[in-house]
Design a binder for this molecule. Sequence first.
Ligand SMILES: NC(=O)C1=CN([C@@H]2O[C@H](COP(=O)(O)OP(=O)(O)OC[C@H]3O[C@@H](n4cnc5c(N)ncnc54)[C@H](OP(=O)(O)O)[C@@H]3O)[C@@H](O)[C@H]2O)C=CC1
Ligand SMILES: O=C(O)[C@H](O)COP(=O)(O)O
Length: 560
Amino acid sequence: MRCPTAKGVQLVASAKRVKTSSSFHEVSMETTRLSREGLCPGFSRGRFHKRASDDPSGSVKETIEPQTTTVQKIIEGDVFKYYSDGEWKVSSSGKTVSIINPTTRKTQYKVQACRQEEVNKIVESAKQAQKSWAKTPLWKRAELLHKAAAILKEHKKTIAECLVKEIAKPAKDAVTEVVRSGDLVSYCAEEGVRVLGEGKFLVSDSFPGNERTKYCLTSKIPLGVVLAIPPFNYPVNLAVSKIAPALIAGNSLVLKPPTQGAVAALHMVHCFHLVGFPKGLISCVTGKGSEIGDFLTMHPGVNCISFTGGDTGIAISKKAGMIPLQMELGGKDACIILEDADLDLAASSIVKGGFSYSGQRCTAVKVVLVMESVADAIVKKINALVEKLTVGPPEDDCDITPVVTESSANFIEGLVMDAKLKGAKFCQIYKREGNLIWPLLLDNVRPDMRIAWEEPFGPVLPVIRINSVEEGIYHCNASNFGLQGCIFTKDINKAILISDAMETGTVQINSAPARGPDHFPFQGLKDSGIGSQGITNSINMMTKIKSTVINLPTPSYTMG
Ligand SMILES: NC(=O)C1=CN([C@@H]2O[C@H](COP(=O)(O)OP(=O)(O)OC[C@H]3O[C@@H](n4cnc5c(N)ncnc54)[C@H](OP(=O)(O)O)[C@@H]3O)[C@@H](O)[C@H]2O)C=CC1
Ligand SMILES: O=C(O)[C@H](O)COP(=O)(O)O
């Protein structure tokens, strides 16, 4: 079945209903790839919607809505719909936002530019849905998330194709992002039943002056409506890393995807839609962050914000009200190389860490601080590996692909030109075609150059030669960022001391910075963020402690 506006892929999903011993109905989606010729994202499918009822007992009353022949379209004409109250909708604004393909620099997709009234409706529905969702048994929430994970993985190719077109992510990495996201959702469901299944029990007589007359029981309760704002570089993975913890903890979730990556995110949301979560529990509002961002982040109905991105996060932190914030912002991750380092390992880690996805990762190696005595050797090794990097379109799975926007490419070029003017040594010829920038290592960078401090978010890596470890630590700590850092040395004692001295959320010893595995804590100091991510930390962050105190008329243990 072809979509009239076809430029892509269409999937057909058929649903089977299976009665299980637990009396819940399983929905098994079998997706069949029909056409790879167009980009039509409509999923023709049958499904059974299971809605949480408002039953005060809190159990999900399963309202089975067979829709065996329903064609659920997420596109109208050539514009993708937004998702509100369990339905795909066209904005009454009549306005759209174009998503520019970084490779072709032409409009690839269009999404709705949602209005403030539509945001109000979404937040109101999220508030209502959250009430019954919080009463849904934890094991049931986990079960639905496991289904979402499976459906997400089934749709990996469709979503990955959008990532290739919208953010020029190399084809293989795009698939990996979706699979990793499915794994994250499953792990979160598993972790949630453990973390949220436990509380504390305290007795009063451990505090001076108290008898054993009070028993305190604590549990974790949801916050309410969580607003998730991910960045362009992981529009799916950094969305589900917020969605899954929010949902397992009993919250509802409003997603504002990045403009570049919005369509991949809408497809991902559609996978959650297919699971049949209660109406309004998840929604997705599209539009430019600069236009609807403030309205969303300052909305009185929002009870928590989980944001990943750049300096915008600092502005949001200042404007948001008294609600919990999780902010993962920029980084200038330093790589300190000592004289005794395994230089082959260091060089390959630097190239992978600095140039994968063209350096557009907050955890990319963004400055190399190398001891002068081994600097020539490591630069030579890095250059040899840089030479092998393939440069070109993401469809060809090249290592270096066009950066996300023309303004980003211009910004990177500005840093390069500043370094040139101030005398940095160019290890390669600087080359740019459109948004495509060839990988570049800049040696002999000095602290007066912008590239020594600023985050290029592109395939340009500065090397600063240092004469002492202290000099390296000083440079690292003088940065306004404090996300991650790494040290290469064979001396583990020294590595630990340096790690303790580095003012960053994480230090990697003998490997490049990285967020994953996704259950590890992930946090930034200073301008790099507030709070900590990672599956367990995110679940905890999206809950609040509730205490119930049992007051006894007499101290316990007085009988008998
Ligand atoms: N620490 C981390 O984990 C990560 C940090 N980053 C950092 O993010 C930057 C690049 O990512 P990028 O996506 O461009 O970052 P931005 O901060 O520009 O955007 C991030 C998200 O915020 C939205 N947004 C923009 N303006 C507002 C606003 N006023 N209110 C609310 N939301 C808004 C964007 O939407 P829209 O696209 O519509 O503008 C997008 O969804 C780099 O500096 C990088 O270091 C990136 C990834 C991970
Ligand atoms: O936003 C980012 O860039 C990521 O959080 C980094 O994730 P990664 O280390 O898995 O690439």
